[in-house]
Design a binder for this molecule. Sequence first.
Ligand SMILES: [Zn+2]
Length: 201
Amino acid sequence: MMTDRTKVFRKLHIAAERAYGHSLQTGSGGNLSARDVVAGQMIVKSSGGSFADCTDEGDGFVITDFLGSPIPGSTGKPTREVVLHAMLYQLSDTIGGVMHTHSPFAIAYAFHHDILPMTTWHVRLKFGCDIPVLDIPSPMVRPEDTPLVRSLFDANPNLPAFLLRGHGIVAVGKDVLEAEHNAELVEETAKIAVLKELLEK
Ligand SMILES: [Zn+2]
């Protein structure tokens, strides 16, 4: 029988595999995490690893507290973007998973726009909101950026994702599988938005 911890590892593995398979994230970039509700801990991708190397057994992940510090006995170093993951779980109890990817169409679109609009009926139904773009002058979200991120969820507690200009997608969900699906939909929406603008020129 699967324990709660092994179920979380399984979902993380599936989400990482999907994101890598759909080229939302290549190489060793990006990161993902899940809230382990039973243990009251966060399981986050380790630093330098690839989505392609994650396993059901928890390879590629580090177990931390909600401040991002590894718990005693957990080996490896968490991603340098652990601050972002910890911040999101502390901002909202309903967030159970986070997917952060350096997806090309989302990044390209966000260079020149402050929101990613709902380009299709599908995204209107699924998200029902535009996706905001944040300017964070750093390769990673920092503790001092918390008010900026909090303001997004204060404005829309059901926000499924936001974009970091020049950086990538941050998608959230009730679990990491939903977060990964949201990241896929953001990238699809951005791809359509980029193509639409090109064809309209
Ligand atoms: Zn990143």
